[in-house]
Design a protein around this ligand. Structure first.
Ligand code: FES
Length: 140
């Protein structure tokens, strides 16, 4: 991993910021996804929304889309997280819940120390989406 200076952004961060994966330009239609979750960052006022498609039998994540009113680090972190949970046929929910912000930062080849909190936004929004999904599934 590259040494990360105070405000140094790795090429990987720049790549995902300039070309975010699985980003939604507009809000999806009602019922288009199986679950949605939102999180806000009290420190900066930024907001993250995520939407999931989940295979009801295997509990694998078949699609992960997101929108944010957040910074470059939040955009890059969420882009990389969306790849991690959907690559190789999709991760099981229980495995995806084990992903830590440190793993996201590692895939980004680092984040400036003051931007670490930005990588937590997707983690929280994802956890809220899974919690909302499980509430609906439990009622069925
Ligand atoms: S400064 Fe708010 S998410 Fe990065």
């Amino acid at each position: 991993m590259a040494e990360v200076g105070e405000w140094y952004y790795s090429n990987k961060v720049k790549e995902h910021f300039l070309n975010p994966h699985n980003f939604l330009i507009e809000e999806p239609k009602e019922g288009e996804f199986d679950a949605e979750g939102e999180a806000g960052n009290m420190a900066c006022g930024d907001i993250m929304k995520v939407w999931l498609k989940i295979d009801s039998k295997t509990k694998k994540i078949k699609d992960f889309k997101w929108r944010t009113w957040g910074c470059a680090s939040a955009i890059a972190s969420t882009s990389v997280f969306s790849d991690m949970v959907t690559e190789k046929g999709g991760m099981k929910l229980e495995d995806a819940l084990k992903i830590t912000p440190q793993e996201i930062i590692k895939r980004l080849h680092g984040l400036p120390p003051r931007k670490i909190h930005c990588s937590v936004l997707v983690d929280q929004a994802f956890r809220n989406a899974v919690s909302n999904y499980l509430k609906v599934v439990d009622k069925k």
